[in-house]
Ligand binder design. Sequence first.
Ligand code: URP
Ligand code: ZN
Ligand code: ZN
Length: 458
Amino acid sequence: MATLIKNGTLVTASDRFVADLRLEGGTIVELGSGLARPGDEVVDAKGKLVLPGAIDAHTHLDMPFMGTSSSDDFATGTIAALHGGTTTIIDFIVPTRGQSLPAALELWRAKAQGKAACDYGFHCCIVEMAEHTLEEMDALFRQGITSFKLFTAYPGVLMIDDGAIYRALRWAARRGALIQAHAENGPVITEVVAELVAARKLEPLYHGLSRPSQLEGEATARLCAIAEVAAAPLYIVHLTCSEALEAVRASRRRGARVFAETCPQYLYLSLEDLARPDFEGSKFVCSPPLRPKSHQEELWRGLRQGDLQTVATDHCPFNFKGQKELGRGDFRKIPNGLPAIETRVHLLHQGVVDGKLDLCRFVDAVSTAPAKLFGLYPRKGALVPGADADLVIWDPEKKVDLGVANLHMRCDYSLYEGRTVTGGPEKVFLGGKLVVDGGRFLGRAGEGRFLARSALAE
Ligand code: URP
Ligand code: ZN
Ligand code: ZN
C-alpha cells in the first residue's frame, strides 16, 4: 500500500516548498501535487514541515570504555534516536590493540543485528598501525565501511602517532576513504592532568581545565597540515572551540578538503555546567570538554557559513548512578561521554527559532551534509524519487520539555533538565513505515538495516 503525505512544507538543504509526497515499497516514488490514488493511506501534513530523516554520524552504542560500557545498546539507543527524528546512525567500531579489524567488525555487527530499530552504518577506529592494518582497512572498505577515525588523544589506549596518521591518510587518498580525527594533544594533556592531581584538584571541572582549547586548536592545525601534505580529505569530529575552527578555516582557505562536525553540547553547554556542585558536573564530562560560553557564537557562525558542515551527537551515555560516580573524588575516572542521540534535531531546530541558522542549513547540517560526506546520498538525506522513505513530519510550533522524564535514552539524567524547546517530530517514517506517531513508538528493534556506504564523492 502507498502512503500520501499531503500539504506539507517540504524542506531540503536547498529549498522549501509545499508539495505532496507519495511513498511506496519503502521509497519516495513521486513528489508533486494531485498525486492521490484510491486506496492510498493519506497523512495530512498541513502547517507542518516535512524533512528528510536525520542522520547522526557519530554515536557510541554498547561501547566498552573506561572500565564500563555506554548505557544505551543498539535497541534502546536507536529507539531514542527515532523519537528525536533520527532515522540513520553511523556508529564506531572500536577494535582493541592486537584485534583484527574484521574481527572487530563482526563484534559490532553482532551488537547491532536484531537490535537496531533504525538504519545504521559503521565507521572504524584505528588504534594502531600494525603490519596488516592497511590491508584490513581495505577489507572493511569493500564491505561499505568507508570512514576511519584516528586519535591524537587518549595516549596508550587509542592514540596513534603522526607518522601512522600520515600513512592512513595516504591510503585514504588512494582509496577514496575518509579519515576522521579526534583532535586533542594527548601527551600534553597527560602532563597537565598530573599537575592538577598533584595539586589535589580532582573535581569534574578539572577534567575541562586539563584539556585547554589551545591543545585542540594545535592538534587540529597539525592534522590539517598532515592531510594537506598527504593530499587527502579530512573530517574533524566533535569540534568544540574557536581555535580549532580557525585551523579548519585556514586549511580550507588553502584549498584543502577539510570538513568538520560539532555537537549540540558545544553549542548549548559550557564549562559552567562542568563546575556544577555536588558532583553534578560529572554529568557533563566528555572529551574534548565543554568550553567557556564565549566559543558558542563562533561555532554557530561556523555552521551558518559552512566551515562546519555537520552536527552529530557523539552520543556516549553513562548513568550518573553507578557509572559517572566511578569518578567521585578523581575526575580521571569519570567515564567520558554524554546522552545526546534524542535531542540533537530539537536543539538544532531551536537554533532556527533563535535566528542563528536558516531552515535549509538546519536540514543540511543534520541530514544532507552527513549523507553526502559519508556515502549515503541521495539514498538518505534527500526528498527525491528513489530515496529511502525516511521522513520526519516536524511540528515547528510545539513546545518540547527536554527533561529526563520525557526522553527515551537509557540514561538516568538529561543534560537539558528544565529546558523547553520549540519544535519537534510529530511523525517519523523509516523506509515508508510509520515508526513514531505523536510520541508513540510503533517500530521494532531489529528492523534497522545495515548500510554499506560508498566512497566520498570527488
Ligand atoms: O567523551 C567522549 N567523547 N566519549 C566518546 C569517545 C570519543 O572520543 O568520541
Ligand atoms: Zn572522539
Ligand atoms: Zn565519539
